[in-house]
Design a protein around this ligand. Structure first.
Ligand code: TYM
Length: 321
C-alpha cells in the first residue's frame, strides 16, 4: 500500500495540518507534494506563494521519511495534463455540488474558473501514481470521494486504468478545531497572528501560551463531549493524537482544566519541537533542500508517466497509431 497527499501553500502550516496529514506522510514509497497550483484558485500574491511553497516543502521534508518523494506540484506537468483529461470525465453537476465551491465561489462573478475545476486537478493528483491511500483530514472527504467516482467512471468508459483509492483517516485529530473558536476548524488561512491557530514554526513559548489560553467552559469538569464541551473535547483530541491515547480514557485522569492544558502543551511541544529542529537543519542548507526537491520532481515525473500515457491513449488522443 502506498500513499499520495498534498498541502496547499496558502498559509503557515498549523497543528491541524500536522496531526491530520503531515505527520502521516511517512510511507517511503509515498508521493507528497506542495499543491501550489491549487493555491492559485483563490486570489494570491505571487511572492508570498513562492515563499510559502518553500516553507511548506521544507516542512514536508523535515516531517517525512528520508526515502519518500517530496516535490512541488507545478514542477510535474503530468498533474495539469491529467487534470484536463479528468475535466473531460467530470460533470458540471457534480462539481457544482462541491462544498468548497459552494462556500467560496458560487454566485460570485470574480470566482476563478480554476476554483470550479479544482476537484479535477485534485483527482489527477490522487490518481496519477497508482497509489491506493490518501492520508488527509476529514475536510477533504468529498474531494477524495469525487476522485474515486471519476476513477470508477473512467475505468468503466475507457478501460481499466486507475487504481480506485481509499481515504486514509487518522483515528483522532481528523479535524482539529481553533483554540479560541472550538466549533470552527483550525485553518492555516486565518490571519497570521490569530491566537486560536497553532503554527508549527512558532516559538515554543508562544505555542504553550496559546494552549494555556484555549477557550473551555465554566464547568471545570474534564469530559469528552463533542457537542456539549467542544473546547475541552478539542484539547482531549489533541492530547490523544500527540500521545497515541484515547480521548475518552484520557479525560478520566484530570481534576481540572489547568492540569489538562499543561499536559496538552507538553504533548504538543513534544511533537512539534523535533519537527522544528529538523526544519532548522534543512532551512540552514538551501542547496540540500533544492537537491531533495529536484530529486523528488524527477522521481514524480518518472513515476507519473505510465499512467498519464495509458489514460491519454485510452481516451483516443494521438493519431491512432
Ligand atoms: P489543505 O492545504 O487545506 O490541508 C492540508 C492537509 O491538512 C489537513 N487539515 C487538517 N487536519 C486536521 N485538522 C485540521 N484543522 C486540518 N486543517 C487541514 C487537510 O485535511 C489536508 O489533508 N485539497 C487539499 C490539498 C490537495 C490534496 C491533493 C490532498 C491537493 N491535491 C491530493 C490530498 C491529495 C487541501 O486543500 O488541503
Amino acid at each position: 500500500m502506498t500513499s499520495v497527499s498534498g498541502i496547499m501553500p496558502t498559509g503557515r502550516l498549523t497543528l491541524g495540518n500536522h496531526l491530520g496529514a503531515l505527520r502521516r506522510f511517512t510511507d517511503p514509497h509515498g508521493f507528497y507534494f506542495v499543491a501550489n497550483l491549487h493555491a492559485m484558485t483563490m486570489r494570491h500574491v505571487p511572492r508570498r506563494l513562492a515563499e510559502l511553497t518553500r516553507e511548506t516543502a521544507t516542512l514536508m521534508l523535515a516531517a517525512g521519511s528520508p526515502e519518500g518523494t517530496v516535490f512541488v506540484q507545478s514542477e510535474v506537468p503530468a498533474h495539469v495534463q491529467l487534470g484536463y483529461l479528468l475535466e473531460c470525465t467530470s460533470y458540471v453537476g457534480e462539481l457544482s455540488r462541491m462544498i468548497q465551491y459552494k462556500e467560496k465561489g458560487r454566485d460570485k462573478p470574480m470566482t476563478r474558473v480554476s476554483l470550479f475545476t479544482y476537484p479535477c486537478l485534485m483527482a489527477a493528483d490522487i490518481l496519477l501514481y497508482g497509489t491506493d491511500r490518501v492520508p488527509v483530514g476529514d475536510d477533504q472527504d468529498q474531494h477524495v470521494e469525487l476522485a474515486r467516482d471519476v476513477a470508477i467512471r473512467f475505468n468503466r468508459e475507457y478501460g481499466e486504468t486507475f487504481v480506485v483509492p481509499e481515504l486514509a483517516k487518522a483515528a483522532y485529530a481528523t479535524r482539529i478545531k481553533d483554540l479560541q473558536t472550538p466549533t470552527a476548524k483550525m485553518s492555516k488561512s486565518d490571519v497570521d497572528d490569530a491566537i486560536g491557530t497553532i503554527r508549527l514554526l512558532d516559538p515554543p513559548d508562544v505555542i504553550r501560551r496559546q494552549v494555556m489560553k484555549a477557550v473551555t467552559d465554566s464547568e471545570n469538569v474534564v469530559r469528552y463531549d463533542p457537542s456539549g464541551k467542544p473546547g475541552v473535547t478539542n484539547l482531549l483530541e489533541i492530547l490523544a493524537a500527540c500521545t497515541d491515547g484515547d480521548p475518552e480514557e484520557l479525560a478520566k485522569g484530570y481534576q481540572g482544566y489547568g492540569e489538562l492544558k499543561t499536559d496538552v502543551a507538553d504533548a504538543v511541544l513534544s511533537v512539534i519541537e523535533p519537527l522544528q529542529r529538523q526544519y532548522a537543519v534543512l532551512a540552514s542548507d538551501p542547496a540540500t533542500v533544492d537537491a531533495m526537491l529536484a530529486a523528488g520532481r524527477d522521481r514524480a515525473i518518472e513515476a507519473s508517466a505510465p499512467l498519464l500515457r495509458s489514460a491519454t491513449t485510452a481516451m483516443g488522443l494521438g493519431t491512432g497509431r
